[in-house]
Ligand binder design. Structure first.
Ligand SMILES: [Ca+2]
Ligand SMILES: [Ca+2]
Length: 287
């Protein structure tokens, strides 16, 4: 790239600043690259998204420096409403010729209309416009009311044991520690809780809990031992089932159906003793 006019003066200034700074603080670092520039790109031409909580969707931002001088640089990200981004600012030291790769999660709240939205990224004089195609919410014919609804927890052991992992449809304990199960973040302290919240009152009569049960971590040694199932009925929590002394990988609680707006699992004890609450999958059915 040829450098002309005022830009060359700015770049010269940056070089001189870097040289002066080098004498005082160490390696030359300009506020923009010399003989090159910042680059912005994505790993996909278009992001695909669905409007459900916990959907794993997004892109990899590639933030590069093609100049011959290291820089500290900022990339600012904005998503068209109502989309959300896991990061709105990426600040980094970029050595010459280096491209930083940053995963960016894109969220589409429930109710987001299908269509194409845009993410704008800016860094220096560089701009990237990335389209996001939001599709229809996925259909679920299993009757599991906990799929695709908001999930919350008393705490989450992030980043590998999010609450979302307990409602992602993956019941396989061998995938533990790969974000497919929930583990609280308050070791030794009980109770912990995990909750799913419905859009409208739903008939609930059965809750199935898959606790941790892998070859390395069998349920009898590491799974959830004691818990209560609570249902929110007319705004008040009711205990609809209690499980004590569980050692099985799957425990099914059936109870007189109630009309509930949310279901909460109150974890009281682990087979490992005073450690953690571990749930691979929580499923809620009418009966
Ligand atoms: Ca799961
Ligand atoms: Ca805890």
């Amino acid at each position: 790239m040829r450098i002309r006019g005022w830009k060359s003066l700015v770049l010269l200034g940056a070089v001189l600043t870097g040289v002066v700074a080098a004498g005082i603080t160490g390696p030359a670092v300009a506020d923009r690259p010399t003989q090159g520039g910042l680059t912005l790109a994505a790993d996909v031409a278009e992001v695909s998204a669905v409007p459900v909580p916990c959907a794993k969707q997004g892109f990899e931002l590639r933030f590069g420096n093609t100049g011959k001088t290291a820089v500290y640089a900022d990339a600012f990200l904005e998503a068209g409403a109502p989309l959300t981004l896991s990061r709105k600012l990426v600040s980094s030291y970029l050595p010459p010729g280096y491209t930083l790769k940053v995963p960016i999660d894109v969220g589409a709240p429930r109710g987001t209309a299908a269509g194409t939205y845009t993410i704008e990224v800016k860094a220096g004089d560089q701009k990237l416009s990335l389209p996001v195609r939001v599709g229809e919410p996925p259909a679920d014919n299993s009757g599991n009311l906990a799929r695709f609804v908001p999930v919350t927890a008393s705490s989450e052991h992030l980043p590998v044991y999010p609450a979302c992992g307990a409602v992602d449809g993956d019941r396989d304990s061998e995938h533990w520690a790969k974000t497919t199960g929930w583990n609280d973040a308050t070791k030794g302290n009980f109770p912990d809780w995990l909750q799913v919240t419905f859009d409208k009152p739903e008939t609930v009569g059965r809750v199935e809990l898959y606790t941790l049960n892998s070859k390395q971590y069998p349920a009898a040694g590491y799974g959830l031992k004691d818990w209560d199932v609570l249902a929110q009925v007319n705004g008040a929590w009711q205990t609809v089932a209690s499980v004590r002394g569980n050692t099985a990988p799957l425990n099914s609680s059936t109870f007189t159906p109630v009309t509930a707006t949310a279901v909460r699992l109150l974890a009281l004890a682990s087979n490992e003793g005073p450690t953690y609450s571990r749930i691979v999958e929580l499923e809620v059915y009418a009966g």
